[in-house]
Design a protein around this ligand. Sequence first.
Ligand code: SF4
Length: 338
Amino acid sequence: MTTSTYSTTSAIARARQALLEERRKLQEGELAELAVLPDTSTISLAALAHEVRLAWCGETVELEGILSTKTGGCPEDCAFCGQSARFPSPVKATPLLDAGQVLKAARETAALGASDFCIVLALRGPTERILSRILELVPIVTKETGLHVNVSAGILTREQARRLADGGVHRYNHNIETARSFFPNVVTTHTWEERATTCQYVIEAGMELCCGALLGMGESDAQRLELIGQLAELDPAEVPVNFLDPRPGTPLSERPMIAALEAIRWIALFRLGLPGVILRYAGGREITLRDLQALGMVSGINALIVGNYLTTMGRDPGEDLAMLEDLKMPIGAISGVI
Ligand code: SF4
């Protein structure tokens, strides 16, 4: 056995011992040790991540549909986002969709066997008018479809979080996107701390927190590990993993995409660093992973966004359903896994 094969085997064996036998989370140094393993170890890492997902979360896969209910025209300057009004992006601002349009999309989501539907609005945070509209929509969608209704509407005050929780919102999405140390490189109109505070208000109010990552913006491996540690502290129920799909007109439009095998490695590392979360395939997975999408499902992923994303097209939901059928993975709701 070569020295490098030996160190790979022993690092993975130590992680297995911790996560599956001692049933404890990895310490920062233990995860860092896995992150420097060579590409040839990726499949072994992925295999462990899949075992960890089964042991900590079970075999169920959660499906969610999302609807951009207010698109574009956002005053913020997130460098990865085609919905910012500050960049010459082809995404045009549209007014809030009406209840009929939202219900139609929610019914289509329910027909796929999904458990969750997320109403997403591109804005810094909700005005009173928008919050009231969301609070009207949530019970309508819940009653008509039986789906868990989730919301993503930017930065909240403590009071707004409480009102959304009281109004029946199951899970609130607020992505932290990247490590605190890298965040100012991609957003200047609000801070990482403002996002983290909203995440705290969501949990305090009694909603499940969905807090996602976007990989491939130029952050280092050390910053990806930093992000996993910061996510662990924020304690979300769900972590959607997005891969940068460079949007025309944005400052990141020319950034190269993450390689498929690198994406698999980081999916596995997210699972090993956050063993109990709902780890969801989100934006950019089709163009980043291509034929490796099924491999991601056995590398730690246990949830998918099905259908289209906010401003980009996803693949046909039938292909995702067929993939899950081939993998013999049951579909259902997962809640309060941690
Ligand atoms: S706050 Fe959200 S919608 Fe607005 S630019 Fe940033 S990521 Fe895009």
